[in-house]
Design a protein around this ligand. Structure first.
Ligand code: GLN
Length: 489
């Protein structure tokens, strides 16, 4: 797939199109198609038009398009858990409805500095907890490939917007798969960078030792361009480390001889259709000169319980700040302080968030701490060692992104534990802090996209995206959804 960012930048630079025309076309498409997709929960129409005007003015006055930045005029969306100064950031929760942050997240600041135009905030599972976007207080986002299905979660709105051509790219967060899973469901590219590559400053925390921000795009090249822009060291995030070197210029370098390890346990746990597409993808990599290595990591069976114990423990602590006193929702009739806190949290958090807070506090409570939290933390370390030994034998790991195609609405709500289990392929990269990308590799019998996941070593986004780029070139983007909706420009 050619880069959408480059294509649009060329149109803008050659003055075939003004930025205001481009942004207006996207806003019109949002007005028409958002009622079906529910991708956006706040549209920043006024600010978007102002930003577009600034880009047009800058271009006229400087005469050169490079001036306003490499993303100048490119319309995009931010997940609703990314802080935007003065613009509602609700995490799709009643708890934060109407909350306007007093500062900008670093990623948003970088994108503004590079001239990108924010169209609005995208739908998500409440506080990023979920796999279908349906725990959102605004209702779930629908799949642009077939709106009878969910877009996935938790960054479902960003995927619905990009897939439905209501944004050129989306920025999501990924704690246990929330960028890659909706990208897989909607036939898109989703990149979760190495933990620490992109600053988390201003990202409203779910589970801080797992959370990472990254792009959802229609092409691997766009993911690489955005990674290069976003991966910067940030003083405001003590875990941020930036990156080694730019990855976009190296995408076309050879992948002959690259050693790709196939995680058999994850592959054999997937639906037949997913297995079939992945087997085909493995053949494609072989034909591109990669060496396929079969791997078995029995410990992977523990990845989902370890992730849920640790993520819920961190969430219980992170969400302790919503007490109805400092900010966010607050009840107005209560007896004492305890009742105020209790009533506020019971009324403003949805069922899934409450379940996880309870679970998190349980695994941290005295008497259970050792049996659950400490044991899970120990197993996390063992899983990290097991993956490290895989990287001694190969350069990349290959697995499905999700064991199935997109769910029907209501499935995740009715089958919580079964849905947790569908994170079996994605959580490993978060537990180990590794970069991973999902890209389309086929279609299921229902016509919905199947995603392939590649996992790289720490800060090896270069190799990761290079392999993804060659695969995408070979398959000529054949698996991208063909759509009639969205902005046709
Ligand atoms: N589905 C996973 C969960 O519910 C992942 C969420 C995420 O990455 N934010 O925790």
């Amino acid at each position: 797939m050619p880069s959408e960012i480059k294509r649009l930048r060329a149109l803008l630079a050659n003055r075939k199109l003004s930025c205001q025309e481009l942004v207006m076309a996207y806003l019109r498409a949002i007005e028409r198609d958002n009622p079906v997709l529910n991708a956006y929960v706040h549209v920043t129409q006024h600010q978007a038009m102002q930003a577009a005007r600034r880009v047009d003015e800058m271009q006229t006055s400087s005469g050169t398009f490079e001036e306003p930045g490499p993303l100048a005029g490119i319309p995009f969306t931010l997940k609703d858990n990314i802080s935007t100064l003065g613009l509602e950031t609700s995490c799709c929760s009643k708890m934060l409805t109407g909350y306007r942050p007093s500062y900008d997240a670093t990623v948003w600041k970088i994108l503004q500095d590079n001239g990108a135009v924010l169209l609005g905030k995208s739908n998500m599972d409440e506080f990023a907890m979920g796999s279908s976007c349906e725990t959102s207080c605004f209702g779930g986002a629908r799949n642009p490939c077939n709106p009878n299905y969910v877009a996935g979660g938790s960054s479902g709105g960003a995927a619905a917007a990009v897939g439905g051509r209501l944004a050129v790219f989306g920025i999501g967060s990924d704690t246990g798969g929330s960028i890659r899973q909706p990208a897989s469901f909607c036939g898109l590219v989703g990149l979760k960078p190495t933990y620490g590559a992109v600053s988390r400053y201003g990202l409203i925390a779910y589970a801080s030792s797992f959370d990472q921000l990254g792009p959802i795009t229609r092409s691997v090249e766009d993911a690489a361009i955005l990674f290069d822009i976003l991966a910067q060291k940030d003083e405001k995030d003590s875990t941020s480390r930036g990156k080694k070197e730019p990855v976009a210029p190296g995408l076309q370098n050879e992948i002959r001889g690259l050693r790709i390890g196939v995680l058999r346990e994850l592959l054999s746990g997937a639906d037949d259709a997913v297995q079939c597409c992945l087997e085909q993808a493995i053949k494609t990599f072989e034909s591109l000169g990669a060496q396929i290595i079969e791997l078995s990591v029995p410990m992977l069976a523990y990845a989902v319980p370890v992730y849920y114990i640790l993520a819920c423990a961190e969430a219980a602590s992170n969400l302790g700040r919503y007490d109805g006193i400092r900010y966010g929702y607050a009840v107005d009739s209560y007896g004492d302080l305890d009742e105020r806190i209790c009533k506020t949290r019971s009324q403003a958090f949805g069922r899934e968030v409450q379940r996880r807070i309870l679970l998190g506090n349980f695994v941290l409570s005295s008497g259970y701490h050792q049996a659950y939290y400490q044991r899970a933390a120990h197993l996390r370390g063992e899983l990290i060692k097991a993956v490290a030994s895989c990287f001694a034998k190969c350069d990349l790991l290959l697995a499905p992104t999700v064991p199935s195609t997109a769910f029907l609405p209501g499935f995740a709500q009715r089958n919580s534990v079964q849905t947790y289990q569908t994170d079996q392929c994605t959580v490993l990269a978060n537990l180990a802090g590794l970069p991973a990308v999902s890209l389309p590799c086929g279609c299921g019998p229902n016509g919905l996209p199947v995603g392939m996941q590649l996992i790289g070593g720490c800060f090896e986004e270069g190799i990761l995206l290079r392999a993804a780029w060659h695969f995408e070139q070979d398959t000529a983007g054949a698996f991208l959804p063909k759509l009639e909706m969205g902005c046709g420009l």
